[in-house]
Design a protein around this ligand. Sequence first.
Ligand code: ADP
Length: 142
Amino acid sequence: MYRSILVPIDISETDLTRHVVPQVQAHAKTAKVHFLAVIPTVPFYASLGLAYSTEFPDRSGLQAKASEKLEEIIKQFNIPAGRSQTHVVYGPPKDQILKLAEAVDAELIVIASHKPGFSTYLLGSTAAAVVRHAKCPVLVVR
Ligand code: ADP
């Protein structure tokens, strides 16, 4: 029985989550489920000096919006409030997923293989990196 499960969610691709829901529900049982949305940093804008100026939404505003969206998305998982926790962080998604997996002692990571509509044997770059580097089992949902 898992005690801690990590479910990284790409909040820009809500359709991806649909496939993950039954898998998380099947494995969650009594586990604490950590949902993580990573806001990718934007080196291109940053290099132009735009990242934190008026042209770009400020960090805390963006984080609040992402948090709201994540909360909305995870409703469909129906995990009791006391057993679910949301995390929103900045950085490279794969690094942040692996980092949080260690921080919360995840015993399982449930991740979608790639965006829908791509060929079925494809493994997205985030999913591939997580599969390769995670120290716990990773369930790749197709
Ligand atoms: P693709 O390249 O087709 O988008 P990815 O490997 O990026 O495939 O995405 C597969 C899965 O990786 C997503 O369903 C999600 O679980 C996770 N993931 C990708 N990007 C993020 C992100 N920014 N925050 C949290 N999880 C993410």
